[in-house]
Ligand binder design. Structure first.
Ligand SMILES: [Cu+2]
Length: 169
């Protein structure tokens, strides 16, 4: 049994510990903070099964993007596009490294977030909620809520966009 006094002493010790940690340096305080810029989703035409989400992520400490979720898609994968023998290919990756301070862009040319099995059409101007899970080097997870704006850029679907460079904007 802990007496109320013991509890107070414990709380004080916690405070001192927290103070001590904060004095260790700013690095600890700002760990696991990732900035999200220019998040957007490609609007779809009716019946289109998938789309892509794009953005720029800048982590304050070495981190990695682990996963993305969205209510508009039954499955969300992180993909990487690459040229192999002159053919554009994309494959799922487990995570994407976010080196400290470096802006990592998710765009049609490289990494992108693929929204699969869409639950409804994504119309231009829609706000598409995305939930990003980022993990820092210490294994601390950060959950980031993003509202990505749907833009209708061109009429080609995600697959064509991925496989035909000449039509990319
Ligand atoms: Cu893809």
């Amino acid at each position: 049994m802990t007496t109320p006094q013991a509890k107070i002493r414990f709380a004080q010790r916690c405070k001192q510990l927290a103070l001590g940690l904060s004095l260790v340096g700013l690095a600890w305080q700002v760990s696991a903070q990732t900035q999200v810029d220019d998040a957007w989703v490609r609007a779809t035409v009716a019946g289109q099964p998938s789309s892509g989400a794009f953005m720029t992520l800048t982590a304050s400490s070495d981190s990695k993007l682990l996963s993305v979720q969205s209510p508009v898609a039954k499955a969300v994968q992180i993909h990487e596009s690459s040229m192999k023998d002159d053919v554009m290919k994309m494959q799922q990756v487990e995570s994407v490294a976010l080196p400290a301070g470096k802006a990592v862009s998710f765009d049609p040319h490289g990494y992108h977030i693929m929204l699969m099995d869409l639950t409804a059409q994504i119309k231009e101007g829609d706000q598409v909620p995305l939930t990003l899970t980022v993990e820092d080097a210490k294994g601390e997870k950060e959950i980031i809520q993003v509202q990505a704006i749907a833009k209708a850029l061109g009429t080609m679907d995600h697959n064509k966009m991925m496989h035909d460079h000449s039509k990319m904007n």
